[in-house]
Ligand binder design. Structure first.
Ligand code: HXC
Length: 288
């Protein structure tokens, strides 16, 4: 196995913590989400990734499957998260072929840089539909499976759940809406909606043993987000504005994912884990 495939992973985790578990991920062919799923698969999970582009999604599934000998990874392409019926079919297929859905990553997102003058009603609607309704559709399609998974490990409420809990959701959000970010009104609105939904689900579904959390990545190197959203010529200035002095890596988002889905995250619910090197705390930080 080529060593670089494991660079997304810290050494603190036992290598089978997600054995017999299944992760379902939208946006799974993208750079950030594929690293999140790859880490889970490396640590024992099987996976189903969902994308719009058939070839890209299927190829990524094959690539992720190399993270662990014997891993089963299904890539289901031609699924637009705006189409609830397609997502439901995909969730049903995942559960049928892999046995369950224990973890969900709602990662599909749409973005581009545009001022409010440049954003047409359809452009605004497209981003809200992909991010907010797409996340809703993802949860809706997988919720019965997540509840079933969580029920296996529910306790009387007085004790911690048994090891190997399932029934967990991570929404991949952003930090753009914590302040006013120029050229990002559409995404800021959408991600604020995603965060609000994640918190409501945490409270509603907590009694059923589910957790619902948010990972808010900052600027992450070598991602489609950075390619689309930051200009190459100002990138040096932009990463110097991050207190950590650099952009993040997909490994750091994968590690946050492993933490929240692992037993270490059992009691974390309705929270946002910001992984941005402190960037959003910096006055005047913008995409560059
Ligand atoms: C203004 C634009 C535009 C642009 C598209 N539109 N690009 N408007 N500036 N650069 C408009 C179109 O003209 C159209 O409006 C409407 O948006 C829908 O576009 P379509 O291409 O027809 O639709 P669709 O296929 O649904 O595209 C969705 C999309 C696109 C969001 C517009 O960018 C997309 O699919 N992106 C997915 C991949 C992606 O963005 N990944 C990166 C996520 S990164 P009209 O009125 O002409 O019909 C991320 C990180 C955030 O989210 C945090 C960073 C720190």
């Amino acid at each position: 196995m080529p060593l670089e495939k494991y660079q997304y992973l810290s050494n603190v985790w036992r290598d089978d913590i997600f054995k017999n578990k299944v992760v379902f991920c939208t946006g799974g062919a993208g750079t950030i989400c594929s690293a999140q799923v790859r880490a889970m698969v490396h640590l024992g999970a099987d996976a189903c990734i969902i994308g719009r582009n058939v070839e890209k999604t299927e190829n990524m599934a094959k690539d992720i499957a190399t993270a662990r000998k014997g891993a089963k990874v299904i890539g289901i392409g031609a699924v637009d998260v705006r189409k609830p019926e397609l997502l439901q079919e995909a969730a049903n297929r995942c559960a049928k072929e892999l046995g369950s859905i224990d973890f969900v990553i709602a990662g599909a997102a749409g973005n581009f840089l545009a001022t409010i003058e440049q954003i047409s009603p359809n452009a605004m609607k497209s981003v809200i539909d992909i991010d907010v309704l797409g996340s809703y559709n993802t949860v809706k399609a997988t919720l019965p499976y997540l509840q079933e998974s969580a029920a296996k490990h529910r306790t009387d409420g007085k004790t911690e759940p048994a090891n190997g809990t399932g029934g967990r959701i991570i929404f991949v959000s952003a930090t753009l809406h914590y302040a006013g970010t120029p050229l990002q009104s559409h995404v800021s609105v959408a991600k604020a909606g995603v965060d609000a939904m994640a918190m409501s689900i945490a409270i509603e579904q907590g009694p059923k043993g589910l957790t619902s959390n948010i990972i808010a990545p900052g600027p992450i190197a070598d991602t489609e987000g950075i390619d689309r959203l930051s200009k190459k010529e100002t990138r040096e200035r932009s990463y110097k504005a991050v207190p950590a002095g650099r952009y993040g890596t997909v490994k750091e988002i994968a590690d946050a994912t492993v933490y929240l889905f692992s037993d270490s995250g059992n009691f974390v619910n309705g929270e946002t884990l910001v992984v941005d090197g402190g960037a959003w705390h910096t006055a005047g930080f913008a995409n560059g």
